[in-house]
Design a protein around this ligand. Structure first.
Ligand code: MN
Ligand code: MN
Length: 262
């Protein structure tokens, strides 16, 4: 069983807010009468999925423990989790729940940005930092980043320190080179896409992937997928809800792949 959770939180965004409104809009796009619930592997979105609604979160730092607790409850019940963000800072408390259970985990992060800053503008829990916080605390976790095109010296230093494997956009990888073993968690920041495919994100970073390129990589992953998140949809930047449809597509295809890869 997969639990779908909305995480309406964007107070850790460095540039602009908006992603807190994303979960309900992505849900609407999933069920939009303009499309249907078919997934590309022949399945139907909704099978083996229960929608847990949106988390009720406080504004202060306690929101992180609230997220972790909600995910822990799902894992305790034997469910996989599929979360709709929220900004990317929510990946840290989500993954904290997985890491605390001692699961061996290989995280695949789709993103234009490494999100490895030790701090950004004095905020150690910024959406630019979640994977630094996670790997500090759980150095045994493995992280592969795909689509990066903003690597700078401080983040490269952190990537080296934590042993992060980085596939920059200029070295766009074939699925076969990922060569990942064991259970996988997929963290999908929508700004991995070229802004022409997904204008509804806070950070327009040109030169990114197409929707199909991301789907091809997701479909190529044969490992068990124990959880996933789709983050950083910002409706305030979207055009005609196009990016909400893209996020909805990813939610449907991730769910299908999570069910298929047992
Ligand atoms: Mn990110
Ligand atoms: Mn990003």
């Amino acid at each position: 069983m997969i639990s779908l959770l909305g995480i309406p939180y964007d107070a850790s965004s460095s540039f602009m807010q908006g992603p807190a409104q994303a979960p309900d809009l992505v849900r609407s796009a999933i069920y939009s009468p303009s499309s249907n619930l078919a997934t590309e592997n022949g399945g139907q979105f909704g099978d083996h999925i229960q929608d847990r609604g949106n988390l009720a979160l406080d504004d202060g730092p306690e929101h992180r423990e609230q997220i972790t607790k909600a995910i822990e409850d799902e894992l305790e019940a034997g469910h996989k989790t599929l979360c709709i963000g929220g900004d990317h800072s929510v990946a840290y408390p989500i993954l904290m729940a997985y890491a605390r259970r001692g699961m061996p985990l290989h995280i695949i992060q789709f993103d234009a940005h490494p999100d490895l800053y030790d701090d950004l503008d004095g905020d150690r829990y910024s959406h630019a930092c979640p994977f630094a916080r996670l790997l500090e605390e759980f150095p045994d976790l493995e992280l592969t980043q795909i689509g990066i095109r903003t690597m700078n010296a401080p983040c490269q230093e952190q990537a080296d320190r934590f042993g992060v494997r980085v596939f920059e956009m200029r070295d766009f990888p074939a699925a076969s080179v990922l060569n990942i073993t064991g259970p996988v968690y997929i963290s999908l920041d929508l700004d991995v896409l070229d802004p022409s495919f997904a204008p509804g994100v806070s950070h327009h970073e040109p030169g990114g992937m197409s929707v199909r390129e991301v789907l091809r990589l997701i479909h190529s992953i044969k490992n068990p997928i124990v959880g996933a998140d789709v983050v950083e949809y910002n409706p305030l930047r979207d055009v005609n809800g196009m990016t909400a449809m893209v996020a909805a597509k990813f939610v449907k295809e991730l769910a299908a792949q999570m069910i298929e890869n047992v």
